[in-house]
Ligand binder design. Structure first.
Ligand code: COA
Ligand code: AMP
Length: 646
């Protein structure tokens, strides 16, 4: 590492977090945004631990993502490249065209009674209309809540009940390898299961997938409208002035219980943070092609498929496909070459998937990927082996960066726009400016020993762009994030700093697991397993998976007298999870036991179970109720492995 680089980074970081300088730092950053009323105040504490950024500022996020680029003469520049490896469709949409479509769709929403503060659920696959719908909401001050297509109807219903939208924007469906996922029956089922706030469903017709608005018209007292018909006759809507702290969106994410948390993001802090991150973390700006190979249903998609690239006048790629099999392991390199992608952002799982199929990177040789300046990875831990493989093969910097749905942008990264710091495999490098990251022990005392794992926490206030709270529950926000360590935000992750200040994020401290970069709650999976009439008790754990980082493994005991053969039960439980949570849970491992390993006070020995499944050494806990339960588990797991040919 050159010391100049480190010094430059530290100076920037210090200014961004010090109480004396942070206001000026972020007010300067705010100048990258066009405000209706420019803020003079950087931040304000509302209640203990709860802060608002740019409280006196007014803006419109959609104006900043669209109108201002057109007004600056860049209307003909490509804003969105749509590439569907599933259908072969490739479309370029200029800023001017996107502005027209967003304004008209904003008009459609308004004509259907949607106004400032109203919620709109966006349940769309990876098509440009997802971007149009989100920006249209932002334009009129409506609050979008995008739901990922891989969730089941009941997950959609939970989100409808919590957000209480009047409108759902959807499409005939999405395309997964080998199958079309029809959305409309799912939407109908979800509405039937929920309390009935929805008055209108707007459907984007996808020719190749069955299901049209007209097929459902009048079915349930809800207006089912065709997107194209409505857009054609709509009066375009102008952007409205919003307070910086007005909510832009709610994005649900898994917590420790079955009830997902509705993370609320503001307009002003979000726009400032994302614009700043593009220049300083990703070193990307006007005219650069930025590709986040994720899904609009996740936070990565919100921030880096939709908002950040458009806020800075870059070109964003929306890709419908997989890293492998659509049609091969060269899919990503093909897209990079076709569109001269400068920055690629994806999850480590995608890279592991490519490596598994094409370990020698033969596919890469077929493409010119010299436009690529950086591969950014997040969503789960980047294991050093995958880091080395990508770094050696791609000849471009590979950057691991750590963040969460709650933060909306990176907490730790190698901020390449500030300084090209040396990377250490296994580490997400340094705290990003704005984030004062500390390691605390269980009592909230700083962990001073270098290399010792503890709870990773962020000193309050959180920087702009972070969550305002949890939709509908101030109390839940405080109890989930603020009460564990007063004065700090608890990230729920554990890890340590090394002697040079590099952060290593090692895993979660709660029941959240990460399957292929998708965040799931083991608690919600357990709730589903206990719905089965034969199940007495269960535990779901995240165990190591060589491709997906983690996978969910379920351990169940049967009710006395339950007579069902184990294979049938396992199949029924797998189907139950698919039906209640959705295919994204990728739940396939069920082990049926006589008894779960527990302590004498009845606590399930989750850590020991996970160690046994992962083949790690473990010590028999002194408080164990019956050591024989561990032997039985070991036998069952090995039996299952042999049967599966592991
Ligand atoms: N709509 C409907 N179903 C979906 C879906 C969506 N948007 N996304 C995934 N699914 C389904 C898949 O079809 C699969 O169903 P199946 O059980 O019938 O095969 C299931 O959910 C599990 O999906 P996934 O975990 O993605 O596994 P996969 O075997 O289909 O693909 C990878 C494996 C590695 C190719 C894939 O996980 C991947 O691309 N990962 C990259 C991670 C990523 O982008 N994460 C986003 C956060 S940054
Ligand atoms: P999500 O909210 O879906 O983005 O998931 C956030 C969680 O994913 C974090 O709390 C971490 O547990 C994990 N995570 C994300 N990025 C990284 C990373 N770079 N290294 C380690 N864990 C990560």
């Amino acid at each position: 590492m050159t010391s100049d680089n480190t010094v430059g980074y530290h100076r920037t970081w210090q200014r961004s977090v010090d109480a004396d300088t942070r206001a000026d730092f972020w007010l300067e950053a705010a100048q990258a945004i066009d405000w209706i009323t420019p803020p003079r105040v950087a931040l304000e504490e509302r209640s203990p631990g709860t802060w608002r950024w740019f409280p006196d500022g007014e803006l419109n996020t959609s104006y900043n993502a669209l109108d201002r680029h057109v007004l600056a003469g860049r209307g003909n520049q490509t804003a969105v490249i749509y590439d569907s490896a599933m259908s072969g469709t490739r479309i370029r949409i200029s800023y001017l065209e996107l502005l027209g479509r967003v304004s008209r769709f904003a008009g459609v929403l308004r004509e259907n009674g949607v106004g400032r503060g109203d919620r709109v659920i966006v349940y769309l696959p990876m098509i440009p209309e997802a971007i149009v719908a989100m920006l249209a909401c932002a334009r009129i001050g409506a609050v979008h809540s995008v739901v990922f297509g891989g969730f089941a109807a009941s997950e959609l219903a939970v989100r409808i009940d919590d957000a209480r939208p009047t409108v759902i924007v959807t499409a005939s469906g999405g395309l997964e390898p080998g199958r079309a996922v029809e959305y409309l029956p799912l939407v109908q089922r979800a509405m039937a299961q929920s309390a009935g706030s929805v008055r209108t469903v707007i459907v984007r017709d996808r020719e190749m997938i069955p299901g049209r608005a007209a097929d459902y018209a009048g079915a349930d007292g809800v207006a089912w409208l065709d997107w194209a018909d409505e857009e054609a006759k709509a009066t375009p809507a102008d952007p409205v002035a919003l307070r910086s702290e007005d909510p832009l969106y709610i994005l649900y994410t898994s917590g420790t219980t079955g009830n997902p948390k509705g993370i609320v993001r503001d307009n002003g802090g979000h726009a400032v943070a994302l614009a700043w991150s593009m220049r300083n973390i990703y070193a990307a700006g006007v005219g650069d092609v930025f590709w986040a190979a994720s899904d609009v249903g996740w936070v990565v998609g919100h921030s880096y498929i939709v908002y950040a690239p458009l806020l800075v006048g870059a070109t964003t790629v929306i890709y419908e496909g997989k890293p492998i099999g659509t049609p091969d392991a060269g899919a990503f390199w093909r897209v990079v070459e076709d569109y001269t992608v400068k920055v690629l952002f994806t999850a480590p799982t995608a890279i592991r998937a490519i490596r598994r199929v094409d370990p020698e990177l033969r596919e890469l040789e077929k493409y010119d990927v010299s436009s690529l300046h950086g591969l950014f990875l997040a969503g789960e831990r980047l294991d050093p082996e995958t880091y080395h493989w990508a770094n050696d093969g791609l000849h471009c910097p590979v950057v691991d960066h750590w963040w969460q749905t709650e933060t909306g942008w990176a907490i730790c990264a190698n901020p390449r726009g500030i300084a090209e710091l040396e990377t250490k495999p296994g580490s997400a490098t340094f705290p990003v400016p704005g984030y004062d990251v500390v390691i605390l022990d269980s009592k909230g005392k700083p962990v001073t020993r270098v290399g010792k794992d503890g709870n990773i926490a962020i000193r309050l206030p959180l920087p702009p762009g972070n969550l305002l709270g949890i939709w509908g529950s101030e109390e839940r926000f405080a109890s989930a994030y603020l009460s564990a360590f007063p004065g700090f935000y608890a990230t729920g992750d554990s890890g340590h700093f090394d002697d040079e200040g590099y952060l290593y994020v090692m895993g979660r401290t709660d029941d959240v697991i990460n399957v292929a970069g998708h965040r799931l709650s083991t608690g919600s999976l357990e709730e589903v397993l206990t719905l089965h009439p034969a199940v007495a008790e269960c535990a779901v754990l995240g165990v190591h998976d060589p491709l997906k980082g983690q996978r969910a493994a379920g351990f169940v005991t049967l009710k006395a007298g339950a007579s069902i053969d184990h294979d049938t039960l396992a199949k029924e439980l797998i189907a139950l999870v698919r039906e209640h949570v959705g295919p994204v849970a990728a739940f396939r491992d069920v082990t049926i036991l006589e008894r779960l390993p527990k302590t004498r006070s009845g606590k399930i020995l989750r850590k020991t179970i996970r160690q046994i499944v992962d083949g790690e050494p473990y010590t028999v806990p002194p408080t164990i109720e019956d050591p024989a339960t561990l032997d039985a588990l070991t036998l069952a797991v090995h039996g299952a492995r042999n049967a599966l040919g592991h």
